[in-house]
Unconditional design. Structure first.
Length: 116
């Protein structure tokens, strides 16, 4: 499932998977999320030091690459936010699960796109 095919035109090209490129991309398309990214990066650095492992930093990079992949497509952001809202507002468990699946599909597609 391609994020671009399913969610219209991208705002910016997919950035390189480096901290600098991801931060610059986020600043361009969703600057209100920079404090969230910075907090996650600080947590990843602390975890990497505590664990003597680079794995927390790798997970941070992958997670934010996927977040930015979604943010690059305004329709994907709208669809994800709507599905998240509807999952919480659903009157039945079945309806909630349907919207959770939609959210999961969007997020999985983003992770897949940045892993190719």
């Amino acid at each position: 499932m391609s994020t671009q095919r399913d969610h219209g035109t991208e705002l910016i090209p997919r950035p390189a998977r480096t901290p600098e490129a991801l931060r610059a991309a986020l600043a361009a398309i969703a600057p209100e999320r920079l404090p969230e990214m910075d907090a996650d990066q600080r947590k990843a650095v602390a975890a990497a030091i505590e664990q003597s492992s680079i794995k927390p930093l790798q997970l941070f990079m992958i997670a934010w690459a996927a977040n930015i992949e979604i943010e690059r497509f305004p329709e994907a952001v709208r669809e994800l936010r709507r599905a998240e809202y509807m999952a919480n507002a659903a009157e039945t468990l079945e309806e909630s699960r349907r919207y959770v699946r939609i959210s999961g599909d969007i997020i999985r597609a983003a992770y897949k796109a940045v892993s190719e």
